[in-house]
Design a protein around this ligand. Structure first.
Ligand SMILES: NC(=O)c1ccc[n+]([C@@H]2O[C@H](COP(=O)([O-])OP(=O)(O)OC[C@H]3O[C@@H](n4cnc5c(N)ncnc54)[C@H](OP(=O)(O)O)[C@@H]3O)[C@@H](O)[C@H]2O)c1
Length: 249
């Protein structure tokens, strides 16, 4: 049997969140494989900078996913789409007893309702055989202190993935990537020494003894976009976070 070919040649891949981090890596891989790529996010200048660093031509389509009215017009301007990948999100951390509800609601707006609205708006334009890939994270099933809201929103994204896979099959496959900690701009707000300590201490607790790189997550997205018999899956790409030891021996 011949080896399966990952091909995206001439397909249109839209990456919401493609201006940085994992989304930018997904856009780069897709572009290298011959896809026509469109990246979206709120900051137009960031999108232009990311697009200019890619080998192939990459279009930019700025949008704030939390603005439902704007998302409709944005989706209409995309034209036909083969694969929609949504990495865009924001996070809110803090003790359950102290974190303001408004911050948790804003996070649900960005990480759950944003992808929900964007996926629904793009859906009529996704070709048969196409896919939607959403993003959750390890905290849904391996909770962390001060991350109750983030764990909950990840769980909501995973539940949505399974429901959409059922409802949108057989024409459109829907999957979710659950990354562990990955070096990305998501942590750019931290002081470098704080960030390095976090990477070292989290990485050291994992079977693979390091945090992930954005390209390693992009590989998983490539698989989900091109694997014709994969739907309804939450794919853990986390260096073994799900099986890490709780206490050192
Ligand atoms: N990195 C990790 O360690 C890690 C761990 C677990 C899960 N994850 C998940 O993996 C996904 C990707 O993370 P990442 O590290 O690549 O994050 P990132 O580098 O911060 O990228 C997120 C992107 O989303 C865009 N964005 C944010 N809010 C948006 C909105 N309302 N509308 C449109 N675009 C928006 C941002 O651009 P603008 O600000 O310009 O809009 C940014 O380019 C996220 O779902 C994250 O929760 C990441």
């Amino acid at each position: 049997m011949p080896l399966p070919q990952h091909t995206l040649m001439d397909s249109h891949v839209v990456v919401v969140g493609g201006g940085s981090g994992i989304g930018r890596a997904v856009a780069g891989v897709a572009s290298n494989l011959g896809a026509r790529v469109t990246i979206a996010g709120r900051a137009a200048a960031k999108l232009e900078a990311a697009a200019s660093e890619m080998d192939g031509p990459v279009a930019t389509a700025p949008v704030d996913m939390t603005d439902e009215g704007a998302v409709e017009g944005w989706a209409a301007a995309l034209g036909p789409v083969d694969h929609l990948v949504i990495t865009a999100s924001s996070a809110a951390h803090g003790p359950f007893a102290a974190l303001e509800t408004g911050k948790v609601r804003a996070m649900f707006d960005a990480k759950f309702f944003g992808p929900y609205v964007a996926a629904r708006a793009v859906l009529p334009r996704i070709a048969n055989g196409g896919s939607i890939t959403l993003f959750s994270g390890v905290l849904s099933r391996r909770p962390g202190l001060n991350c109750s809201g983030l764990g909950a929103v990840n769980g909501a994204v995973e539940a949505l993935t399974r429901a959409l896979a059922l409802e949108l099959g057989p024409n459109i496959r829907v999957n979710c990537v659950s990354p562990g900690m990955v070096r990305s701009e998501a942590y750019a707000h931290l002081a470098p020494e704080t960030r390095d300590h976090m990477y070292r201490s989290t990485g050291g607790s994992l079977p693979l003894k390091r945090v992930g790189e954005v390209g390693e997550i992009a590989e998983a997205v490539l698989f989900l976009m091109t694997s014709p018999y994969t739907t309804g899956v939450v794919l853990d790409i986390d260096g073994g976070h799900m099986v890490r030891q709780y206490a050192t021996r």
